[in-house]
Design a protein around this ligand. Structure first.
Ligand SMILES: Cc1ncc(COP(=O)(O)O)c(C=O)c1O
Length: 385
């Protein structure tokens, strides 16, 4: 993915502002976000919904809102309140755990409700202002695609949406209460697009008549999800062939994609300062002012294979640029053995007190997917670049 933050300009900005730069911090670039959004949308040639959970920073979202007009997916009351209000942009509420208060707020905000299971239909049926409810969207579990298309690539085993038998039951409930369904939403998980996109389309061609038969009327909306990786542009995906296939979906159906990571990741950097360094067990340990609490995902605690990101090092002008003879471990502030945000081999830049580590690709999920209450440590500062 092209990193449109002009690295030289960014370095110069740190050169002149490092004394005032509060670390640890995230720096989000709205121009990069806009470029990513426009590029992805151009490649897909469909509307592109923004998944707010990837980066719910209000200032950033506001700065790009003139571009991201195809709509937003939200999963909580807090996220809904970021995009509710007078805007006419489509809103989609998607969370199996949504409760009656969230549903009421979403109906009031004219959001499209994504039905994950039949209990949500019961809640909708109990509302007084049922006339405001927009046609429902059905979330289908990826296993449905596998059921329809036996050679579908391995699907993630997640708990979202309906399988084929619960689809029948849920549609029966929807009919019983006189609600309408506009269509369906599928999502094969993060980073799945390259592997699953063509198979998802194939399965969709089969799925349309199946769902229309169950509903008894035509569908008018399909969200094909996405699962675009942060580096989707570099993966050599054949978007031209994909668009050709996509256009075979009847025109009466409004087809959209959705993204979080694919547009936000490369629009954010994480910066943390070196507080101290020490040498133990043939390693340089660089103790940073940020780590697991402010950027849990860097620690790779959830990955079986820990492939750490390598930071670039901004050198404090009074420090020397030297290579390290020993491997380096970058650690955070929590006293947890898991608080390791990077490991670099011998020969890498030697970090010293006052230097700043810059981690790229931290614009999606990193700032919110955290354990921020641990030890009551200070949180991060955010800058919009
Ligand atoms: C239900 C759902 N959640 C989240 C996302 C965003 O995932 P990612 O950030 O990996 O693009 C999508 C994208 O299609 C989605 O459909």
């Amino acid at each position: 993915m092209a990193n449109n933050m002009d690295d030289l300009t960014f370095k110069k900005a740190i050169d002149s502002n490092h004394q005032n730069l509060e670390t640890p911090c995230y720096v989000f670039n709205s121009n990069t976000l806009i470029n990513n959004y426009q590029n992805l949308k151009k490649n897909l040639d469909t509307p592109l919904i923004v998944s707010i959970k990837a980066n719910p920073n209000a200032e950033l979202l506001n700065r790009v809102s003139h571009i991201t007009k195809d709509g937003y997916e939200v999963a909580s009351l807090k996220e809904l309140s970021l995009i509710a209000g007078p805007t006419a942009d489509p809103k989609y509420l998607n969370n199996p755990s949504m409760d009656i208060n969230l549903i009421k707020a979403a109906v009031g905000a004219k959001a499209n409700i994504i039905i994950d299971h039949a209990h949500l239909v019961e809640i909708l049926a109990s509302l007084e202002n049922r006339r405001r409810i927009k046609p429902l969207i059905i979330r289908l579990n990826s296993s449905v695609l596998k059921e329809i298309k036996a050679d579908f690539p391995p699907v993630i085993d997640d708990h979202f949406g309906l399988d084929l038998s619960s689809l029948h039951e849920t549609v029966a409930r929807i009919h019983q209460y006189g609600f309408k369904v506009s269509g369906f939403h599928v999502f094969n998980g993060s980073n799945s697009f390259k592997e699953a996109a063509f198979a998802t389309l194939d399965a969709t061609f089969h799925l349309i008549p199946i769902l229309e038969k169950i509903l008894g009327y035509p569908v008018s909306f399909i969200n094909l999800g996405g699962g675009f990786s942060s580096n989707w542009e570099l993966l050599g995906f054949d978007f031209s062939r994909y668009r050709t296939q996509l256009h075979k979906i009847p025109d009466r159906i409004h087809v959209v994609h959705e993204t979080g990571r694919g547009i936000f990741a490369s629009a954010g950097k994480f910066l943390t300062r070196i507080l101290y360094t020490k040498k133990i067990n043939n390693h340089i340990i660089a103790i940073c002012d940020g780590g697991l609490v402010q950027n849990f995902l860097l620690c790779k605690t959830e990955n079986v294979i820990k492939k750490y990101q390598q930071p670039s090092i901004w050198k404090l002008p009074t420090n020397k640029s030297m290579r390290s003879d020993l491997p380096i471990k970058y650690v955070g502030t929590t006293c947890s053995q898991n608080d390791v945000i990077s490991k670099c081999p011998a020969g890498s830049m030697l970090p010293e007190t006052g230097d700043i580590c810059i981690f790229e690709n931290c614009g999606a999920y990193n700032s919110t997917y955290t354990v921020s209450n641990f030890l009551g440590l200070k949180n991060f500062t955010t800058y919009i670049w």
